[in-house]
Write a protein that binds this ligand. Structure first.
Ligand SMILES: [Zn+2]
Ligand SMILES: [Zn+2]
Length: 173
């Protein structure tokens, strides 16, 4: 799945101005690594970004890709999903949004919801640590997986019986 070309250009312009403002050198490698995340709607892992950029930059190393992704994250250009030390995935969507996670194929899709944006963080979370951001993760079996397991075209009533909602709160101590 790819991101609209104009949206990718918008993200790249933002990347350039943020990098300039932070005094970070705009190298071809950094630009291509950012572009790989910015043009993917799949919340790619570092390995997936590495595979994507290696086609145009065969000499790039996985280590460089990792370091660049974390640099871009520190600049606020990317956010991450999952624990930092696990199989972390990167997200270039700058809008506040929520995630739909397919428990079967693992794809993560973005959606927006003003109702969910308005959820308040309970005091019990503030006691755990400072809250930086929060989003809702909705889990289910995506339409594609549901179609594949049914073996027939969707009849409009996909079997999303086990939606599970989880709220993530990233805290900093
Ligand atoms: Zn799926
Ligand atoms: Zn996202």
């Amino acid at each position: 799945m790819t991101v609209d070309r104009h949206e990718v250009e918008r993200r790249i312009e933002r990347f350039k101005s943020v990098a300039r403002g932070a005094g970070v050198k705009l190298t071809h490698q950094r630009l291509e690594i950012f572009r790989a995340v910015a043009s993917s709607a799949e919340h790619p892992s570092a390995e997936a970004v590495y595979k994507a950029v290696r086609r145009s930059m065969p000499t790039v190393s996985l280590d460089t890709v990792y370091r660049t992704l974390w640099l871009l994250t520190d600049l606020g250009l990317l956010t991450t999903l999952g624990p930092r030390q696990g199989s972390v995935r990167f997200d270039a969507n700058p809008e506040h949004h929520h995630h739909y996670l397919c428990v079967r194929c693992g794809q993560v899709l973005d959606f927006e919801s003003s109702d969910l944006d308005a959820l308040s963080i309970p005091d019990s979370v503030n006691r755990l640590g400072r809250v930086l951001s929060a989003h809702v993760e909705v889990r289910g079996v995506c339409a594609r997986c549901a179609r594949e397991s049914a073996g027939t075209p969707s009849d409009g009533s996909p079997r999303f019986s086990s939606h599970e909602r989880r709220m993530h709160a990233e805290g900093a101590s």
